[in-house]
Write a protein that binds this ligand. Structure first.
Ligand code: B3K
Ligand code: ZN
Length: 897
């Protein structure tokens, strides 16, 4: 397979002004007729270039050029292309091709999911529908006619507005619909849906008075699960008008829910296609985090209408132009809808757990990658989540008003264009008058920068000096020495005994407020670190403070500062920055767990540091006070220990067994020390109010269930009894599922029979609800008990499981390999062999999924010698598969380098 480089980008040789598609769906095959108005691109470097189109798995029936048939001698068909050596400067191209959506298991292009036909074209799926110039900088006006059987496909949808529908002229069992999209778009935004679907309807009036019809299409049985998505859609539309001044631009906006889908959802113009897991929500079947995910993904796809569709990417190296910006937008939206600090904590937690690991592994790449073999492998946490953090830093550096001016300029200047990340930053630079040359390192260098901070307090001068040293580790494309320093915004405050201290940087004028002061009392500011080493001195500092660094996680870096445990407690209790209160709780927990890991490794008896217990005790006491200002969701997050995966990532050599033991030991110690407090908080938060996915209720449920989880670990059986009661009585999926998890994951003998019965009851009750069955698979796959792998293998034979449905694979195999570290990393290597088997099977079925599933194996460097050997052996085994897809080839080869 060939590597594609950003530096080799060239403008397209041809443009397609208009695209007419006729898609005739029959049972067993589909005929696609594409009529394209093509002309040479005046900007092309080669005015005599041949016509080279992309296409895959298309059986050509006929081609005509300006009405003249092309004989097969006049063009060359390759595996993935079609070449015509001589063509006029302007011509009409008509190609009739036959494809078979029924046998398309890759879920790319046109495929069949259950009884429905649907498409997924991003990034390069359109070429599986017809021969085309399948690249995002070729933008065309699309008209699509779908013809299909009336009985099996009563609903026929495509992008834009419906212009005509009716019976087929020759066959009255068939009908057609013609859709026209007035907005020029690249092929990756094309979509088509045909099937038997029910719909819920609503409407939205835009700020300028345009009436937009809103429609969500689902299987008939799911009709009552659409309200939340509809509300989220309307809220997103309003929010984008208010916060970004962006209005919707068609008369109709449609969402279709599909069961077999490789990712969350897709922003096709006017016709978003969603994984059912990201659109359906009902209190009985969906957990709180499920509700939040639906809201976030609906918003994300809707926001793409501007950041992605109206202004799109020039080439796929610019993917973060739309994804990073859109993730930033959806995350701010969710923050506005719910609890801002908690949303920030969730985002950063994902970044630290998963993106930092990606950045430290063989697939590390810049937010703007410089090369790839298979673009599908670059829909990554780096492009999405780190990309969003980079946009957030621009927002932090510019402030909301100037940032908004920048986004206005960007949308206005580039509307209807396919542009680059540089164009986006140029708009931000222009409105602020700032030079972002150094800032571009965030886009062009891979790896997570490390910032080490040391402090020095001088009581005599009343000065406090902070010295920042930055570096960035070696990643596949560059060594640490080659990397240039970053511009790092550091949110900062100084916490003293008497409260937060006023910040006065030495050498800055004492009068006049610095521009970046966010709090009127001048106790918070954002420093800009640009040098490899840099010292900032504060004056008029009356006491030695505890520094609150990297507030709100102001930059995606690993920050090191030697905090004493009491200092962390001070931050947990007193920092005005909610994110840093949480971060301090995590740092303290890590220190305490690491003590136990060390003891375990030295065969010493582990001891529990009481500091953590005392701090947790305070939180539980405070949250129960009647006038408490503490958000229960914050307390829940603070009481949640870092994951085993994160602890593995930050260890010198990850000792999975010791980590598992230590984390469990600390949890049990907390449970036994705070039994009464946990139980009281649990009861206090129980409510009989009707379920609502409101921030307030979600917060209460999250803390309640965290307390239940701890309580069930105490030496007595009360927690198990409570969990069982909650499971039986639960009126919503959050409480039901959390209780089930406690029972199933418990290692107490008293829990075993209850867990067994609960699993059986749960399945019996929800077997018709595919998404709930996924949860049922996951809770078993993540069970820490030693027989977990055998159990997972047995579940693969369950009638509800299939390797063909990505949600099922993620729920069982993905959950086991990603979130059951002690069992996946079994010393005998059976976990690795199991995953390799799945990847080999998926390689032919669904290459994108196969490559995704490789992630846990790419992390081999974290583990001990024995495990490294075992993982590499499985990677080698996969590499030897004779028909390796590009997707798997790229990840396996980079991992073995
Ligand atoms: N843009 C799509 C992702 C497409 C992935 C293709 N392999 C969803 C999103 O980010 O909104
Ligand atoms: Zn997106």
């Amino acid at each position: 397979p060939k590597t594609i480089f950003l530096k080799e980008y060239q403008v397209p040789d041809f443009l397609i002004d208009r695209t007419h598609l006729k898609v005739e769906i029959f049972d067993g095959h589909t005929i696609v007729t594409s009529t394209l108005a093509i002309r040479r691109n005046p900007e092309s470097q080669n005015s005599a270039a041949p016509l080279l189109m992309q296409g895959q798995e298309i059986d050509i029936q006929s081609i005509t050029l300006n009405g003249e048939p092309l004989s097969s001698g006049q063009y060359t068909v390759g595996d993935e292309s079609l070449l015509v050596n001589t063509v006029p400067d302007t011509f009409e191209w008509v190609c009739v091709g036959k494809i078979t959506p029924e046998s398309n298991t890759s879920l790319e292009g046109l495929y069949r999911s259950k009884t429905m036909y649907c498409t997924q074209c991003e990034a390069e799926g359109f070429r599986k529908i017809t021969y085309y110039l399948d690249r995002p900088d070729v933008m065309s006006e699309f008209t699509t006619t779908i013809v299909a059987d009336k009985a099996h496909c009563p609903v026929l949808l495509s992008n834009g507005n419906l212009v005509e529908e009716g019976d087929d002229a020759t066959d009255h069992t068939r009908h057609f619909a013609t859709w026209h999209d007035p907005h020029k778009k690249p092929a990756y935004l094309f979509a088509l849906v045909a099937g038997e679907l029910s719909v819920i309807d609503d409407g939205f009036t835009t700020q300028s008075g345009r009436e937009v019809q809103l429609r969500i299409f689902v299987e008939p049985k799911d009709l009552e699960k659409c309200d939340h998505a509809m509300t989220a859609l309307k809220n997103s539309m309003r929010w984008d008008e208010e916060v970004y001044g962006r209005e919707y631009d068609l008369d109709i906006f449609m969402i279709v829910a599909v069961d077999d889908f490789n990712m969350g959802a897709m922003e096709n113009k006017g016709l978003n296609i969603f994984n059912t897991s990201c659109v359906l929500a009902h209190p009985q079947t969906t957990t709180d985090s499920g509700f939040q995910r639906v809201e976030g993904v609906v918003a994300h796809e809707y926001f793409h209408n501007w950041s992605g569709n109206r202004v799109t990417c020039r080439d796929w190296f610019q993917l973060s132009l739309k994804e990073g910006f859109t993730v930033f937008r959806d995350s701010e939206f969710s923050a506005d809808m719910g609890s801002r600090t908690v949303k920030r904590i969730e985002d950063v937690n994902l970044l630290k757990n998963a993106q930092f690991a990606e950045d430290a592994g063989p697939m590390a790449h810049p937010v703007q990658p410089s090369s790839f073999i298979e673009i599908s492998n670059f829909y990554t946490l780096t492009v999405y989540e780190k990309g969003a953090e980079v946009v957030r830093m621009l927002h932090t550096l510019l402030g909301p008003e100037v940032f908004r001016k920048g986004s206005d300029l960007y949308f206005e200047r580039h509307d209807g264009q396919a542009v680059t990340i540089e164009d986006f930053v140029a708009a931000m630079s222009e409105v602020s008058g700032r030079d972002f040359t150094q800032f571009m390192n965030w886009y062009r260098q891979a790896g997570t920068p490390e910032v080490t901070v040391t402090s020095h307090y001088n009581a005599e001068d009343q000065t406090y000096a902070l010295t920042f040293t930055q570096s960035c580790p070696t990643t596949p494309e560059a060594t640490s020495e080659e990397k240039k320093p970053y511009l790092i915004p550091i949110g900062l405050g100084l916490v003293g005994d008497a409260g937060e201290l006023r910040l006065q940087v030495k050498s800055e004028p004492v009068t006049g407020e610095p521009a970046d002061v966010e709090q009127s009392d001048n106790t918070h500011r954002v420093l800009e670190i640009t040098e490899p080493t840099q010292t900032v001195v504060f004056e008029g500092v009356p006491e030695a403070p505890v520094p609150s660094l990297l507030r709100n996680f102001s930059a995606p870096v690993k920050l090191h500062y030697e905090y004493g445990r009491e200092e962390l407690v001070a931050l947990m209790e007193r920092d005005s920055d909610g994110y840093n209160r949480w971060d301090a709780s995590q740092k303290l927990a890590i220190a305490v767990i690491q003590d136990v890991v060390a003891a375990r490794q030295n065969n010493a008896s582990p001891e529990m540091d009481a500091t953590l217990i005392t701090a947790y005790g305070h939180l539980l006491a405070q949250v129960q006070e009647s006038n408490s200002l503490l958000d229960p969701a914050m307390v829940a997050a603070m009481l949640t220990l870092p994951t085993e995966n994160y602890l593995a990532q930050i260890a010198e050599v990850a000792d999975v067994d010791a980590i598992h033991f230590a984390r469990h030991f600390v949890r049990i110690s907390v449970a036994n020390a705070l039994t009464a407090e946990l139980e009281a908080t649990y009861h206090a938060l129980h409510t009989t109010e009707a379920y609502a996915p409101s921030a307030k209720q979600i917060a209460a449920r999250s803390l309640k269930n965290v307390c239940l989880g701890y309580r069930a670990l105490a030496d007595d059986d009360m927690g198990i009894t409570l969990a069982h009661q909650q499971f039986v009585q639960a009126e919503n999926m959050t409480d039901g599922f959390e209780a089930l998890k406690v029972l199933v994951h418990s290692d107490k003998p008293s829990a075993a029979p209850l867990a067994k019965q609960a699993l059986a009851d749960f399945y019996a009750r929800w077997q018709e609800e595919s998404l709930v069955v996924n949860q049922w698979f996951t809770v078993q796959a993540t069970r820490p008990s030693q027989d977990a792998l055998d159990h997972v293998k047995a579940l693969q034979a369950h009638p509800a499981y299939t390797l063909k449905n990505p949600n099922k694979v993620r729920a069982l195999v993905g959950a086991f390999c990603g979130f059951n570290p002690v069992n996946f990393h079994r010393a005998d290597g059976e976990g690795y062999a199991f995953l390799a088997d799945q990847i080999i099977a998926l390689n032919t079925l669904n290459p994108q999924m196969a490559a995704r599933m490789l992630t846990p194996l790419t992390k081999w460097k974290l583990y001990d010698e024995n495990r490294q050997v075992l993982i590499r052996a499985q990677l080698e085994r996969i590499r030897k598969v004779p028909t390796l897809s590009k997707d798997v080839y790229e990840v396996v080869n980079k991992s073995l380098k």
